[in-house]
Design a binder for this molecule. Sequence first.
Ligand code: ZN
Ligand code: ZN
Length: 381
Amino acid sequence: MKPFHETRQQFRAELESAAPQRVLGSGWASGILGVGLSLAGLLLVISARTPRQLLTAPQISPLQENDWFKLGVLLLLISGFTASVVSLALREAKILGTAGVVLALTASVIAQSISTANTAHPLPIFFGLDWFALNVLFTGLIFIPLERLSPLKEDQSIFREEWREDVFYVLVSCLMVQSLAFLPLAPGQLVGSLSPLGAVRQWIGELPLVVQLPVIMLSADFFQYWAHRAFHRIPWLWNFHAVHHSAQSMDWMSGARMHFLEIILMRSITALPVLALGFAPLAVEIYVLVAYVYTTLIHANIGWRLPLIHHFLVTPQFHHWHHGAEKEAIDVNFAIHFPLYDRLFGTYYLPKNEWPKGYGIEGHPVPQGYWAQLLHPFRRK
Ligand SMILES: [Zn+2]
Ligand SMILES: [Zn+2]
């Protein structure tokens, strides 16, 4: 039997295949789809079967005993298995197809042999493994096809340079969904409870949702704009934010690259007006979802210029310029929803048909790897 690390290297080499080995009909896309769907199914099964909801986000635990949810997981595993078999038939190297089949079968064995429902006596802590699986599944199923249909960089693969770091960033932020979801809300909730604006809060909370949503976006982005500028301006804060700017490729995964403390600080600041002004909880939940998908979109490897729209809303081109390695791209385009703020405060930059030639920070001061990046702000320069 081959040693484990050799198999792992072969697997990684297959994922990172060069363009000629990825063409349609080579069994690469079906292999990736098979591994992705089967892995997502396996993680969902493991989360549902781990006692005391340790690996389940509370938003998902009520779904686990739902028949539609179970049917969804079953269909996921069947699709993963089928795609892997297609890859086995088409592709000379069998490692992707084999991995997909093994993952799907392992999931179905676990699902059948361990029947403990994990709903009893939940532990006070949890790691949202199922949240991670669903998150990557949904954003991947939306953005991977979009990036294939209208790519900005045609030769950029899903498994481009540093993809493993970025997957790890998504994993950490999903596993830590508890602290990341509640901790940053504390200051806003405090301000909201102290707020002498009781009548105004009530009036805002009763506005139609279609009015509340843009108002939330406007107020959150105004706070985000100034906090973001501070992260660029103040050297100590920049050390944290430099991690986000260290990405040298832009795609649907690269927005996740953000230092843990920056996520907490940034969310506290943007949540402040949202919670203090008393918007309806449903409007806030919709905003969180919209903001998540929107952030993914503006980092994506999608070459849409979106004429007309770019006057009013932040587009991929606008945010790509924020990440550009060129001189013109330094300290511009801080808004993440409305370019209006950059126009008002003099930081707007959007040349008509141009995109940045490269991304990242000059001299690449940020080290590679999640843990090195976590320690980066604390290192003596
Ligand atoms: Zn920035
Ligand atoms: Zn960004």
